[in-house]
Design a protein around this ligand. Sequence first.
Ligand SMILES: [Zn+2]
Length: 230
Amino acid sequence: MSAEPGRDFLIVLLVGPPAAGKDTQASMLAEEFNLWPLSIGAILRERAPEHIKEKMKKGLLIKGEEFNNIILSFVDENAEKMRQKRGIIITGFPRKISDIHLLDDIKKRFPGAKVIAIFLDVPQEEIKKRITGRYHCPKCGRVYNIYVAPPKKDLTCDYDGAKLEKRADDLDESAINKRLEGYYKEEVPIINSLHHHVDKFIELSGLGTVEDIKMRIKTAFERALKGLGF
Ligand SMILES: [Zn+2]
């Protein structure tokens, strides 16, 4: 039962390895289901102090009280606007044990909320391919991936024909490996433990095109909503 009669709120967690396309999928789900997209990475890039940003560039996991405070203060500042939506969809979270407590703190802001976790699984070789396949257009800034979202004509922008370039802000090889190592060692056990902390856990394959994955998520998500009585 919801603490606020007639007002059912959703907290959706979209989890999975780096380069699973979580942010892309989250913004599409947000639009489709009237959810507020909450990207932990984006909040950190915007609000974290320099020493935390330095760690992020090295592919390290950000931990501690400081991290929790940055996220919670963002949620508190925007909670009213979030409540006007059907719920929130969070990406980049949870990644470590302390995030489970942070999830509880976020839940307290939305009494009666139902929590759905969507795990988008992608094999390790595919993740590496996707990270190295990223290109962007220097003219208009559009982002491509030669494996997942390729341009229509090889290595030129669909919109202005400019020659695509590698993204300069992408992690280098050793940072990618460190990030992946952290994912398997720290995040995967947390994702597995999520079963006990959410109302519905959905596991899906993150393989295929952006559109394939979107349809897969949408179908499973609608079924989950029905199952939870929405
Ligand atoms: Zn372009």
